[in-house]
Structures are given as C-alpha cells and as structure tokens.
Design a protein around this ligand. Structure first.
Ligand SMILES: Nc1ncnc2c1ncn2[C@@H]1O[C@H](COP(=O)(O)OP(=O)(O)OP(=O)(O)O)[C@@H](O)[C@H]1O
Ligand SMILES: [Mg+2]
Length: 392
C-alpha cells in the first residue's frame, strides 16, 4: 500500500484538483501555505488546464513577483503565458491571481449588503469605518471566505485555490462565518447601537461622555455610534451570506488541504486542524508536509557513509575530489569532515520528521511531502519544481 502511494501521490493531488472546484489551503503561520497554493495552481494549469484562480493573502507581494504580475489586486489578474513559457512549459489553461485587499474587500461588502444607497454612502464616508476597515486584521479570514463565495458564484473559474491568511489559529478560517453571525447577535453591538442620543443623556453615562466629548470631540463619538447603527442595518445581508459561506465550506465541491512543516508545533496544529475538519464533515483532501528532509537521511546506510566520509576526509578521497573540482585538498578535507560530523544532527531531525510524517499520514488518505528547496521560491519555474517534487 505504502509503495503504491509513493508512485501516485502527485497524480492523486492532481486528481483531487481535477475533481474539486474549490481548494482551501490552510495551516499555521509561515509553513508555506502561499507557496504551496501557488505551486498547486501552477501545476493545475500546466497539467489539467481550464481556468484556475489562486486567491492569495500575501502582503509581501512575493507571489505577485513569482507569477510575473506586477500588480495583483482585489480584481483577478491573468498571469501572462510568458511566465510559463520562460519556465519551459506551455500552459494548458489560464492562471488567474487575485489578492485579498482588506479595505477594498470591505467596501465591496458594504456595497453588497447596504439596504439602500443612503446607508451605503453613509457607511463608506463614515470616518470610523474608514479607520476601522483597513485595520480589521481578524476580518481577513471572513473576507477570504466571502471572496471565495463571490468568485465561485461568478462561475468564471473551473478551480479556485484559496491561500488562507496568516492567523493566530488555523481554525479561525473555519469559524469566520460563525464569528460574523455572533458579532451581529452580540450584546456589544446591541449596546453600541442603542440610539446614541439616549445613551448620551442618561445620567449614568453622562460623565463619561462629557469627558470623552472634551477629549475626542463629539463628532468622533457620533461617528462611532452612527457606524455601528449603520452596520446593524446590514445584519440581514451579512448573516445570510455567512450562512451561504458556511454551506460552501461543507459543499462536496470544496476540499481542504492542510499544509504543515514537520516541526513539533506546526505538526501539532495540523493534527488538530485535520481532526477538526473531519469532525465538521468537511472534505480533507490532502495533508502536505512542506520543507521536509529526505527520508533517505534516516537510513542506516546514510549514517554509515557519513562516518566513513569523516574517516576518509584527509586521505585519497579528498585529493581526488579536490583534483576534480580544482580546489585545495585541505579545504575539501575540512568540508567533508564538517559535513560528516554534523550529519548526525540532521539524521536526528529527519527521524523525528519521519515519525511526525507517519502520524500525519494516519489522518488523511493522501499525505504529500514537498522538499525544502535550496532557495526561496521566487518564480514559476521554482513553483513547478516544487510541485514536481511532491511525493509521499
Ligand atoms: N519547499 C520550500 N522550499 C524552500 N523555501 C520554501 C518552501 N516553501 C516555502 N518556502 C519559503 O518559506 C517562506 C514562507 O513561505 P510562505 O509565505 O508560503 O508561508 P505561509 O504559510 O504562506 O506564511 P504566512 O502564514 O505568513 O502567510 C517563503 O520565503 C517561501 O519562499
Ligand atoms: Mg501566506
């Protein structure tokens, strides 16, 4: 069974992408979600075809550079075929990229949910809204889901791969629609939207408002109260959409791919996330272990050759290598000794990684490993190389 999987993992991942319409790539911070999502998208375009969209949250714009598109914005941008041709492959389909822009995303949502033009304009021009919208870091999660919903309903794409935002907790993305609904139900919003005049003139709150008024100016308080009142006017639209987004996560056309490195903390979080996805009856399509050391590092034969290399470092072996490379024999000897001696440390890490890899493999029928490339992943060729190395 293990042997069969080894040969077909890459194909299995492609089959998963061919079978589904939405792939949510999630995992803890910094494990390679953006990179893996892009690598999957690039390989879908070159090997499956169709219109593929990768929706990313990549404030560093590293992905935009890698895909050769100067500006990815809230609107999807077509990645030029030349980016693929330069990497030596012919795309079978089209790759589109869009980036989650929090402020523009919120503006779109307000336009969508505002019951009328008056509310819409009042919210968009409200100074509290303008200040708050671009700083809602947590709202990234919800916006990503909203965008997915919108892009999927547009029917323009055969496959949408969503790179989920860096969040404190990988589960945040799953809980985002529920959090949005809870926000509308919360006492805080109710309290904030009690007509501010009545709050303003109750005896209890008077001293606070008098001082706040003096320090912040009455316009400020008025703006805040107005903002929350207007926001509440959009409750129905937001709640309806949050329900639809929740349904989309459970839709049979949606799958989740959990990315993790094989270090302790990310593996632990990936385990938790994978179990939670299954518990919620969401489709767990694959777990991708990223930046892994080769399994061969754990083999006894590797340790033996490292030991032998150290022994032979100041002898004929070093001379032969030095001659072939045209460098000093002394230096080659030092390098071999250093590498051979440190091999043990690498092997210990690789062994721990292998254990975690089998633990993760228990959680999902498809566990794919992506090696640690010797450089940052910077262009389509690198993404293709990474995807080509997806193995078990
Ligand atoms: N397999 C790999 N080999 C080499 N470098 C990699 C690999 N995977 C990712 N990287 C590099 O690791 C860094 C982090 O990757 P990436 O931005 O994809 O992580 P992320 O999970 O999206 O992070 P965040 O949670 O901050 O969004 C990047 O510099 C990327 O080029
Ligand atoms: Mg990222």
């Amino acid at each position: 069974m293990e042997r069969r999987r080894r040969a077909t993992d890459r194909a299995d991942l492609l089959a998963l992408m061919a079978a589904k319409e939405m792939v949510l790539v999630c995992g803890s911070g910094g494990v390679g979600k953006t990179t893996v999502a892009a690598a999957m998208a690039v390989s879908a375009v070159t090997e499956i075809g169709g219109r593929v969209l990768v929706l990313t949250v990549d404030p560093a714009r590293r992905l935009a550079d890698a895909l050769g598109v100067g500006q990815i914005g809230n609107e999807a941008t077509l990645v030029p075929a030349s980016a693929f041709l330069e990497a030596g492959v012919e795309p079978r389909g089209e790759l589109w990229a869009a980036m989650l822009d929090t402020k523009a995303g919120w503006d779109d949502l307000i336009r969508l949910h505002a019951p009328d033009a008056k509310v819409r304009e009042a919210v968009l021009s409200n100074s509290t809204y303008q200040n708050v919208a671009s700083r809602f870091v947590q709202s990234h999660d919800y916006l990503a889901m909203e965008r997915l919903h919108e892009l999927h309903s547009s029917g323009k794409y055969d496959l949408i791969i969503v790179d989920t935002p860096p969040s404190r907790n990988a589960l945040d993305i799953l809980d985002a629609p529920r959090h949005m609904k809870e926000f509308f139900r919360s006492w805080l919003l109710r309290w904030l939207t009690v007509p501010y005049r009545s709050r303003l003139f109750t005896m209890a709150s008077k001293p606070f408002y008098q001082i706040a008024d003096r320090i912040l100016g009455s316009r400020f308080l008025q703006d805040i109260a107005e903002f929350f009142m207007l926001f509440q006017a959009m409750e129905r639209g937001f709640v309806r959409h949050a329900n639809e987004v929740e349904r989309l996560l459970a839709d049979p056309r949606t799958t989740f791919v959990v990315v993790s490195t094989l270090e302790a903390a990310p593996s632990y979080e990936a385990t938790y996330l994978a179990r939670e996805l299954v518990r919620r009856d969401y489709h767990l399509g694959a777990i991708i272990a990223n930046r892994v050391l080769p399994l061969s590092m754990t083999a006894k034969a590797s340790a033996t050759s490292a030991r032998k290399m150290v022994k032979a470092a100041d002898g004929e072996l070093a001379d032969r290598i030095a001659e072939q490379l045209g460098v000093s024999s002394q230096i080659v000897g030092d390098v071999l000794t250093e590498i051979g001696t440190r091999f043990h440390d690498v092997a210990v890490v690789a062994t721990r990684e292998a254990e975690r890899r089998s633990e993760l493999a228990e959680l999902c029928h498809l566990l794919v490993a992506a090696p640690m490339l010797d450089r940052d992943v910077n262009n389509v060729a690198d993404l293709l190389e990474l995807a080509a190395h997806f193995t078990s």
